[in-house]
Design a protein around this ligand. Structure first.
Ligand SMILES: *[C@@H]1O[C@H](CO)[C@@H](O)[C@H](O)[C@H]1NC(C)=O
Ligand SMILES: *[C@@H]1O[C@H](CO)[C@@H](O)[C@H](O)[C@H]1NC(C)=O
Ligand SMILES: *[C@@H]1O[C@H](CO)[C@@H](O)[C@H](O)[C@H]1NC(C)=O
Ligand SMILES: *[C@@H]1O[C@H](CO)[C@@H](O)[C@H](O)[C@H]1NC(C)=O
Ligand SMILES: *[C@@H]1O[C@H](CO)[C@@H](O)[C@H](O)[C@H]1NC(C)=O
Ligand SMILES: *[C@@H]1O[C@H](CO)[C@@H](O)[C@H](O)[C@H]1NC(C)=O
Ligand SMILES: *[C@@H]1O[C@H](CO)[C@@H](O)[C@H](O)[C@H]1NC(C)=O
Ligand SMILES: *[C@@H]1O[C@H](CO)[C@@H](O)[C@H](O)[C@H]1NC(C)=O
Length: 651
């Protein structure tokens, strides 16, 4: 996109120099970021609020006034574009109701480090295609409802350890093929802003990195703001349009006047104004102190419809990793032992405000949306109609063994907070689970997790459910799946490794070489406990090609397949198409996700025909080359459960 864009440029030309400078620098207080209005030109003030998980309860008074949505990674587990859009539209209404016109999300970073402290905030999971496909409805849903979205954290903020200084040393190919695509997809969706990150790339801070910022800005129809405190110089010419929240003096009028040509200032101003006019033309809430604070703290933006949607998303995010002998759904007639403190984990919000921590329902830090109350797993099970429940919350397998029950639901959790990586991929109660699964009765493990976890007890567990932080409706959504009131349909946006040491660990040095290159996540080919894309339903699907398996049609590769429910229960399947490149391409020799769809709910015996149309452009490698040779196309139920294959030669 070429800036200055027309209307924005005309308006920009009428601004005084101090007015222009003021647009390039924010302040905190009130919303997490604030930029004043220019009312004589109908330029609204910019009110920026965290974040991708919903309206941040940055003050305890906001708790209950905004909906407690499942975390971004849980939303991503739905692999459901329409659901993502529904979330975005409803969440946008809450931002509008509370006077904010910029949401500091979506978080798009592809998970490189399984221990990453903000992984739950990133909708890409470990795959750039998943992130790209979900970024689009996320951004459109917000922006078509008057809230400018912010693609963050640009770029290579793949760990929290030393995030303010480490330098990602990465090849151009790895950057362009693994970490850039969700940001490019965001730009294609019209995203109004992007946020540069704390870390450095090849030695240069992301917010003054001309190379990476110009890559982004060649497609971005909007402006680049800094992460809070991520500015290190008056780097307008390098590509930073706005210093947030402007505590530093790098964007002071004096520095701007002496270090930045007016032409560059004008481009930045136009980049800021264009999305304001295009996306958020209404709502003139003033700078803090003039009414915005009142909107923040007094408006109850949550509605019963939003809560119902949050619960639906939570249900559709519950991953069923394992279900031996169809132990689930669990009959309500059984005597069920609900064991483990995590089944009864408190909504310990008063403690949480003392520090910026998280619990088993929400992440800590700026992505935190604290619920007014939570439905624990045990509450959810009781409400789901299990009449014969016995409980033990001591995390003692001996106590659990004392219960006179037919089956166990055993919970464990792990927490995560911004600005630090997790210290372990183990669940906090791993030792307890390892013992419980050895009791004679079947055990349904429920993991409340902020991302990848290791599940060393998985062979002995009868069933395993994972929810990537479900917010308020965690317990009711888990219980709906356990009882069969809802049918599981989530797919994992990440791999569940066998061992922590199979994953990429955070760099401890300032120099952080991305030695694995393209082999991120499932593309490393290592054996895993449960693969990327995996998620069971209560039924069984078979896959068949229809007619010619894979055909080149003009600029696309077209495939059609029939998905048949051959099981005894209804269910929704998520067929995924993967491509294995010719060896000379230099791509990992592992099939890579290119697209996916969710089927309609299929009754037993029912079927549906799905088609994938892959643009040939989606097969190009980083430098635009369409490598000649034989491509293998696979359609399957996960990255490691590829049911159909076919080849096509491209010349
Ligand atoms: C980082 O530096 C290396 C070595 O100079 C270079 O090969 C690579 O392309 C650079 N990466 C980016 C993203 O510019
Ligand atoms: C713009 O800001 C000024 C001063 O902060 C305030 O008095 C005025 O009401 C604002 N105008 C609009 C349209 O928000
Ligand atoms: C906000 O409204 C919702 C839905 O009507 C209600 O459940 C909730 O209790 C209200 N919150 C507060 C803080 O009043
Ligand atoms: C809140 O609860 C979680 C889960 O039970 C726990 O890990 C965390 O330490 C608690 N936080 C505080 C501040 O007590
Ligand atoms: C990784 O950890 C597992 C379990 O702790 C251990 O068995 C394995 O040998 C380790 N592998 C390496 C390469 O250290
Ligand atoms: C594909 O190309 C053929 C021949 O050039 C043309 O007739 C047809 O309309 C094209 N189809 C599409 C879908 O563009
Ligand atoms: C469907 O139910 C029948 C009868 O209970 C059973 O024999 C069969 O194995 C089931 N099929 C599947 C795919 O679960
Ligand atoms: C491809 O499909 C054929 C036919 O179903 C099957 O025999 C073969 O093993 C598959 N090959 C691969 C590499 O999956």
């Amino acid at each position: 996109m070429v800036f200055p864009a027309a209307l924005a440029a005309i308006v920009a030309s009428q601004l005084t120099i101090p007015e222009k400078y003021a647009l390039l620098k924010g302040s905190d207080g009130g919303y997490v970021g604030n930029v004043g209005n220019v009312s004589r030109l109908s330029i609204p003030s910019i009110k920026l609020q965290d974040a991708g998980n919903g309206f941040r309860t940055s003050d305890a008074r906001m708790v209950g006034q905004v909906t407690s949505w499942p975390c971004a990674l849980a939303l991503a587990s739905s692999w459901d574009r329409e659901l993502v859009r529904a979330f975005a539209e409803s969440a946008a209404e809450e931002f509008v109701a509370k006077g904010a016109n910029v949401v500091l999300g979506p978080g798009l970073n592809v998970h490189r480090v399984a221990l990453g402290g903000r992984n739950a905030e990133y909708i890409s999971g470990e795959d750039p295609v998943l992130g790209s496909k979900l970024a689009d409805p996320w951004i459109r849903g917000f922006q078509e409802n008057g809230v400018i979205a912010t693609a963050k954290h640009f770029v290579l903020n793949n760990q929290e350890t030393h995030r303010g200084s480490y330098s990602a040393r990465v090849s151009e190919r790895t950057l362009k093929e693994v970490y850039m695509p969700p940001f490019e997809a965001a730009a294609m969706a019209g995203v109004g802003s992007a946020m540069c990150s704390y870390n450095r790339v090849n030695g240069t801070y992301a917010c003054e990195n001309f190379r990476t910022l110009s890559m982004l800005k060649s497609v971005l129809p909007g402006w680049v703001m800094s992460d809070w405190g991520a500015t290190h110089s008056t780097s307008v010419v390098e590509g930073l349009d706005q210093d947030m929240p402007g505590w530093d003096s790098f964007f002071s009028p004096l520095n701007l006047a002496t270090q930045v040509p007016m032409e560059a200032i004008d481009e930045s101003v136009s980049r800021i104004l264009d999305p304001l006019f295009r996306v958020a033309p209404r709502r003139g809430c003033t700078v803090p102190g003039n009414g915005c604070d009142r909107e923040l703290y007094e408006v109850n933006a949550s509605t019963p419809a939003h809560s119902a949607l949050a619960e639906k998303i939570a249900v559709e995010s519950v991953l069923l990793l394992k279900n031996d002998d169809d132990v689930l759904p669990l009959s309500r007639d059984l005597r069920v032992g609900i064991v483990g403190s995590a089944c009864n984990a408190p909504n310990n919000i008063s403690d949480m405000y003392a520090r910026d921590v998280g619990n088993y329902y929400v992440v800590g830090g700026s992505g935190r949306v604290v619920p007014d109350s939570v439905i624990t797993v045990v509450d959810g099970m009781k409400a789901a109609g299990y009449g014969n429940i016995q409980t033990s919350f001591t995390d003692s397998a001996e106590d659990a063994a004392e219960l006179d029950v037919d089956a166990y639901v055993a919970c464990a959790g792990a927490t995560s907070v911004e600005a630090q990586d997790r210290s372990s991929l183990s669940l906090d109660q791993e030792a307890f689970l390892e013992k419980v699964v050895r009791l004679p009765q079947p055990t349904v493990v429920v993991a409340l997790a902020p991302g990848a976890v290791v599940l060393p007890f998985s062979d002995q567990a009868s069933a395993i459910l994972v929810i990537f932080f479900g917010g308020k409706f965690t317990g009711s959504s888990v219980a709906r799946i356990v009882s069969g009131a809802s049918s599981p349909s989530a797919k994992s946006p990440i791999s569940f490794p066998l061992f922590q040491n199979d994953t990429i660990l955070p760099c401890l040095d300032q120099d952080c070489p991305y030695e694995e290159g393209l082999e991120v996540g499932y593309k490393n080919g290592k054996p895993v406990a449960f693969p990327f894309g995996h998620g069971l339903t209560f039924t069984t699907f078979e896959y068949y090609w229809i007619a010619e398996p894979v055909e080149q049609k003009n600029d696309t590769v077209a495939t059609r397949a029939r998905i048949v429910n051959v099981g005894n229960r209804s269910g929704v399947e998520t067929p995924q198409i993967y491509v294995l490149y010719p060896e000379i391409s230099g791509e990992p020799m592992v099939p890579q996700l290119k697209d996916f769809q969710k089927t309609v709910d299929l009754a037993p015996g029912g079927y549906t025909d799905i088609s994938f149309l892959l643009p040939l452009d989606s097969l190009r490698i980083y430098d635009g080359t369409l490598v000649k040779g034989t491509y293998h196309f696979y359609i399957g139920a996960s990255s490691r459960d590829l049911r159909l294959n076919s080849t096509l030669s491209l010349s």
